[in-house]
Design a protein around this ligand. Structure first.
Ligand code: ZN
Ligand code: ZN
Length: 251
């Protein structure tokens, strides 16, 4: 194995006013369409019934009857409903259209602090005889949940760390690796929640981007050979807003 190349953990983005985030990615619709709001299911011509906590310095204001349209996908909904949805999420400065799932800005997650290391292994994976192997090692120590987690102030556990993951060291595998680094920086690889396998709450779990955790065996189903794996993980990354465009923007 070659020397490790650690990836640094992302720092949380500076707080932005939720109203500003909404108005960055949605524009006000003047003629209200005869449609229902996908969030509250009421007609857009009726005002949103969401009530926001009173705040002295709220500026700019979004009124209950303001209808907004997403700037790229064009879906319309109550801006106040979208604001309420944003306030219930991680408030990371990004929006996701609830209708078509288009992501505006950079979606980030709630992955706790840790370390992602990458190694090269000369041995080939089953199904990829023509190249070596990339090994990723994720290390996350136990800690205390932050405000973005299910039970702030309570501890979280970390089972099965460090976790070892494997990719073929070919062009597509290296592309997946680069996108996984972006996902790691955006705190999207892991989250704090309840384990699907053990039912344990308040523990660090995978966050919907599948990894291969077996190198030469396939006892768990998370091993090789799996001819569809790289394409599957690329589409899981894309559903989190991580595509080749992210690599171009960062280079
Ligand atoms: Zn609504
Ligand atoms: Zn949309």
């Amino acid at each position: 194995a070659s020397a490790p190349r650690p990836s640094r953990q992302a720092q949380p983005a500076p707080q932005q006013q939720p109203e500003e985030v909404i108005q960055r990615y949605m524009e006000v619709v003047v003629g209200v369409p005869d449609e229902d709001c996908i969030i509250c299911m009421d007609q857009l011509s009726n005002p949103s019934t969401y009530e926001l906590p009173a705040k002295e310095d709220r500026c700019p204001v979004i009124e209950p009857d303001t209808v907004g349209k997403f700037i790229k996908c064009g879906h319309t909904l109550h801006m106040l409903c979208m604001l309420a949805m944003y306030n219930n999420g991680t408030k990371d400065g990004s929006l996701q259209c609830p209708s078509c799932k288009t992501i505006y800005g950079e979606k980030t997650g709630t992955q706790p602090k840790g370390k992602m290391e990458i190694y090269s292994i000369s041995q080939s994976l089953p199904g990829h005889p023509d190249c070596g192997t990339i090994q990723i090692i994720y290390s996350i120590p136990p800690g205390i949940q932050g405000p973005e987690h299910p039970n702030p102030g309570q501890p979280y556990t970390c089972r099965g760390f460090p976790r070892f993951c494997f990719l073929p060291d070919n062009a597509k595998g290296r592309k997946v690796l680069e996108l996984l680094k972006v996902a790691w920086m955006r705190r999207l690889i892991f989250t704090v929640g309840t384990s699907n396998t053990t039912g344990e709450p308040d523990t660090v779990v995978w966050n919907g981007i599948h990894h291969k955790t077996e190198m030469m065996s396939n006892l768990s189903g998370h091993g090789y050979p799996d001819p569809n794996y790289l394409d599957n993980v690329l589409s899981e990354l894309a559903s989190q807003g991580i595509t080749e465009d992210c690599l171009r923007a960062h280079s």
